[in-house]
Design a protein around this ligand. Structure first.
Ligand code: MOS
Length: 734
């Protein structure tokens, strides 16, 4: 049979968030919302130097402070094992020695009866340091270099020969600042031990991974750890690892033998859960006089931590976005005394796209060619590195439909040639690529005598609407109304799921939910097929359809009356049936996955004040099948807003001498707010992707990739000023 989920029209409609009511009424409980009668509170103390050793650490005043239960430092902390590094797991366990590797490193945790008592006592911990000269400058010759940490560097053709043959070469260096993920929800971990069983309510994008990290760290089996994250107040990539404070919450709970809640302060959010690293990117693009790309050389450099690993690529899009025969695209990391960076909002692809797509705009100016025409002329019909076809690619439709709806044809090519009253106006555009990652996922579905289906998987929903779209997929596959399906996530005791990251969860989890529901349907059919009195007797999957809580045979003459799930259960005296499902990336398809978009921006610039306003943004996105037009549009609007912040506002400023972050507050770190956001248009184009049974690709990262360069290019068009350094501030434009 063809389930609704496989039919071309699947869902797609703008279904309201199934968890919306719980969120707005406060019924949804976030990790900091869990209280216990004997709850204790932990507050972190952090290093005020970036490098060296702790020489003295006076804790007696803190320990004597009212309500204090314990002060844990490297002197009395138990030895903890290091979890394997990388995605979801790492970094090194905290409080294991006296070394300081970055400003803001946790050096003590104070546990007290109340939050106020813990905070007051934390201020009484006195640390003295043997200060070393920190490595803070990526150009520091002492710093260790790490080549190609992501394994995504690409080299093809003959770069030198390509450059030599070019009629035009653009050679420019672009820089982007450190930025901080800054989800609204402060990251929190509430931990308690019941004997050897550890339970943690955590702000994470993957409970399965936090469970693994905590099990290794504390030397206990994974079955001895339960991680819960049914609601998370945003993350933007900050929840992709198990950070040291999570371990400290669990450690503190073990030491005081009570539940302990640890909530990061906003300032601590800047140093404790990663950040987008600053970059320096050097690009050389060679083209013929008629605009055919012949050579691209893109090197990106970014800092990483001294003793932890973070592997993103700044140049992945460069390698595959255009049909160019000679390419070198590489990312180098430099180990510094900085907190470990993390993936942040479309991570390296978004940062790299700023350099690539601005350089292409510069090339278009050199060639006196329309920037959109330049992209079309170098359209990659197949994957330029492997030569394989794309699994699906509707970038051409993104360009065409986006340009039409945006009114790109109204753009007059000369910089400073368009005005809105006294304001300079400009149009800019950029392409975007993201290679989503689909990793294995599991789910379990059950349906009981009340006719309600439960589907569960240990995934998370950090905001995009996973609860809702998974409810839709399950309902469509089982043939149930939406209100007869409960989708549950955020519990590591559920079947393992990947991180909600890399734009891959909807493909992985949606396919697993689809598979689990198909298995469940099959179990019902098999049960009924043997019943002499069932209208489904003798039927197989191919002979039925499921709708309105009933399975019905499909005859050549039409649909029979069929039988409700509940009737089948009752006849067999069963309380419920359940089935396991799983998904993995298709390996049989000789094709490359890719998500694509075209971004268009209109800006107005005040010629006297240098103030930039993004008056219009349009995102034309090929994300495969869109499961829920409403939540998907919200997702892309959110990414676009993040792109405005990236282009114009967001910058984490560190003191170059000490590494101290100077703007670790929402008053000083500027994110785009309502007043910064005007019209944002989202259109979806493209077809279901053949890589998975539900046809989705993912839209999490593509929402932001390309927004900043489209805005920067619009600023150039408006002003004639090429700003190669983000954020684009009034100071730069005056
Ligand atoms: Mo995303 S930066 O993979 O949370």
């Amino acid at each position: 049979m063809t389930t609704t989920a496989e039919a071309a029209g699947l869902v797609g409609a703008g279904v309201d968030r199934v968890d919306g009511l719980a969120k707005v009424t406060g019924a949804a409980r976030y990790p900091a919302d869990f209280g216990f009668a004997d709850l204790a509170h932990a507050v972190l103390v952090q290093s005020t130097v970036a490098a060296g050793r702790i020489r003295q650490l006076a804790t007696d005043r803190a320990e004597a402070s009212p309500g204090v239960l314990t002060v844990i430092t490297h002197r009395n902390a138990s030895r903890l094992a290091r979890a394997p590094g990388g995605l979801g797991i790492g970094p090194p366990a905290p409080l294991q020695d006296d070394r300081i590797l970055h400003h803001g490193q946790h050096i003590a945790v104070v546990v007290a009866e109340t939050l106020e008592q813990a905070a007051a006592a934390a201020r009484l911990v006195e640390a003295g340091y043997e200060v070393a000269e920190p490595l803070l400058d990526p150009a520091d010759p002492r710093a260790e270099q790490v080549e190609n940490a992501s394994g995504r560097d690409v080299s093809r053709g003959d770069l030198a020969a390509g450059m030599a043959a070019a009629g035009v070469i653009v050679d420019a260096t672009y820089t982007t600042p450190a930025q901080t993920n800054n989800p609204l929800g402060l990251f929190a971990s509430t931990a308690y031990w019941d004997g050897d069983l550890l339970t943690v309510h955590d702000s994470t994008q993957g409970p399965t991974f936090v469970r693994a990290a905590l099990a290794t760290t504390f030397g206990i089996p994974e079955t001895g750890v339960r991680v819960l994250a049914p609601f998370v107040g945003g993350a933007f990539g900050a929840g992709l690892r198990t950070w040291p404070h999570v371990i400290l919450a669990a450690l503190a709970a073990r030491v005081v033998d009570r539940p302990v809640k640890l909530v990061l302060s906003r300032a601590q959010m800047f140093t404790s859960i990663g950040h987008r690293p600053p970059t320096v990117q050097h690009l050389r693009i060679g083209a013929t006089r008629t605009g055919e790309l012949v050579a691209i050389d893109h090197e990106g450099i970014e800092p990483t931590a001294l003793e932890d690993d973070f592997a993103e690529s700044l140049t992945r899009g460069t390698a595959v976005l255009y049909d160019c025969p000679n390419v070198s695209a590489r990312t180098r990391q430099v180990r510094l005394n900085v907190p470990c960076p993390t993936w942040m909002r479309g991570p390296g692809e978004a940062t790299g796209a700023f350099a690539l797509e601005c350089a292409l705009d510069e090339l278009a100016v050199e060639l006196a060619m329309d920037p959109l025409e330049l992209r079309l002329r170098n359209y990659a019909e197949v994957h330029p590195q492997s030569g394989l076809p794309w699994a699906s690619k509707a970038l051409r439709a993104c360009y065409e439909r986006g340009a039409e709806q945006f009114g790109w044809a109204r753009r007059t090519p000369e910089p400073r040639s368009m005005r809105h009253g006294r304001l300079l106006a400009g149009y800019g555009m950029a392409s975007a690529f993201y290679g989503y990652v689909q990793v294995p996922c599991q789910a379990r579905a059950s349906l009981g005598v009340d006719g309600v289906a439960f589907v569960r998987s240990a995934a998370t929903d950090i905001g995009p609407g996973t609860y809702t779209v998974m409810t839709q997929v399950a309902a469509a596959t089982l043939g149930l109304p939406l209100d007869r399906v409960r989708f549950e996530l955020g519990d590591s005791t559920m079947p393992p799921a990947p991180l909600q990251g890399g734009s891959g969860l909807t493909a992985a989890l949606g396919s697993a939910v689809h598979n689990a529901c198909r298995q469940l349907l099959q179990a019902f059919i098999e049960l009924a097929a043997g019943d002499a009195e069932s209208p489904l007797r003798g039927c197989g999957m191919a002979d039925v359809t499921a709708a309105d809580g009933r399975i019905s045979p499909v005859h050549s003459a039409g649909t029979g009356p069929g039988e409700a799930y509940t009737v089948i259960l009752a006849r067999h005296g069963l309380a419920e049936l359940s089935a396991d499902g799983a998904s993995a990336r298709r390996r049989d398809l000789e094709a490359e996955p890719g998500i694509f978009a075209a971004k268009f921006a209109e800006v107005e610039v005040d010629p006297d004040l240098g103030l930039v306003r993004v008056t219009r943004l349009l995102a034309a996105v090929d994300g495969g099948r869109i499961l829920n037009g409403k939540t998907a549009t919200s997702q892309v609007i959110g990414g676009s807003v993040g792109g405005i912040g990236m282009a114009l506002l967001e910058e984490t400023v560190s003191d170059p001498g000490t590494g101290r972050i100077a703007n670790a507050t929402f008053g000083d770190y500027l994110v785009a707010v309502n007043a910064d956001v005007q019209d944002i248009d989202v259109i979806f184009v493209g077809e279901p992707d053949p890589m998975n049974p539900i046809g989705v690709k993912g839209i999490g990262e593509i929402a932001i990739v390309g927004v900043a360069p489209a805005i920067a290019n619009a600023v150039f068009h408006a002003t004639g000023r090429r700003i190669r350094s983000l954020p684009i501030t009034p100071e730069q434009l005056l």
